[in-house]
Design a protein around this ligand. Structure first.
Ligand code: BEZ
Length: 303
């Protein structure tokens, strides 16, 4: 059985017709019918219900279809990855989560562009979760994110552990802790705005996991679309929220930012890349990250 045969079979299932599948595959109908028959003989089972119109896959056919789609997807991903690894690096597509824009991402990209004018940079907003698939499909070449997602096809480098801050309305009673800082146990009964409300895992999952790790269960937890909404609600005196330290630069009016004293209160910033990727832009971007960290006095996990 060859990949081409799986592609024929998948197309027939999706088109529910030999005629339409043959057109889509740019082959004649008789050889396509023959190939499907051969596949059924090889597997020793009917893949389609005889005489059904539109053509319907049997239960075994549907089972085989799901696996055939996976095999074809993996083959396509492997091809993309190998082509990318071998290509000359004149461009780099960088995936990033939006909260990094408030921090060091702009400086790092600017420096990279200054030092490597021959490399074209494309920035693509992409959640950490989606970066894994985007790397495999070649939609991005590297990804900057905030989640410890692992996948055998992707290598992840922890760049640093960014401290989290607590955002409160300026007249909130917790503002008495401006100097000292607060423990997360002091906020479990506050209304906490978390973000984003996109499919999990996301930044909100990390924050929730941090409370769980400390044996704490927040009682009033509301997820909103994005950081600006969370901070806007904090500025209205509706509740509080946790944000990465660099996002304090958003500078929302009437909002104060307190240190969080628990050691667990950090957000990991990481760089993801395809496994085995030896592209020249990777050490070059790491060099820029280290330079900006040095300038900003930020301790890193890189060395
Ligand atoms: C950082 O904030 O540490 C960071 C942001 C974007 C890319 C790399 C690092």
């Amino acid at each position: 059985m060859e990949l081409r045969h799986l592609r024929y079979f998948v197309t027939v299932v999706e088109e529910q017709s030999i005629t339409k599948a043959a057109e889509k595959l740019f082959i004649a109908q008789p050889p396509l019918t023959r190939q499907i028959k051969k596949l059924e003989e090889e597997l020793g089972i009917d893949l389609f219900e005889k005489g059904s119109r539109p053509l319907k896959a049997t239960e075994a056919g549907l089972y085989f279809y799901q696996h055939a789609v996976q095999i074809l997807t993996h083959a396509a991903q492997a091809t993309t990855m190998i082509k990318k690894i071998n290509s000359v690096n004149t461009s780099v597509k960088i995936g990033y989560v939006s909260s990094l824009l408030y921090g060091l991402l702009p400086q790092i990209i600017y420096l990279f562009r200054q030092k490597n004018p021959e490399i074209q940079v494309e920035l693509i907003e992409c959640s950490t979760k989606d970066q894994v698939e985007a790397l495999k499909l070649g939609k991005i070449d590297i990804g900057f994110g905030r989640l410890p997602i692992s996948d055998p096809a992707v290598k992840r480098l922890l760049l640093r552990k960014e401290r989290l801050k607590l955002a409160i309305y300026k007249k909130h009673p917790l503002n008495a802790y401006q100097e000292k800082g607060v423990y997360l146990s002091q906020i479990v009964n506050e209304t906490i705005f978390s973000y984003p409300n996109t499919p999990k895992p996301n930044f909100s999952t990390t924050i929730q996991a941090m409370f769980t790790q400390l044996g704490l269960i927040p009682t009033k937890w509301t997820e909103v679309r994005e950081i600006h909404m969370a901070l806007g609600l904090v500025a209205s005196g509706e509740g509080i929220c946790l944000i990465p330290e660099s996002a304090c630069d958003i500078g929302m009016k009437n909002v104060e930012y307190l240190d969080i004293l628990d050691l667990e209160a950090y957000s990991p910033v990481s760089l993801s890349m395809r496994n085995m990727d030896q592209s020249a832009y990777i050490p070059k971007i790491l060099e820029c990250i280290e330079e900006i960290y040095r300038t900003e006095n930020i301790s890193t996990n890189l060395n």
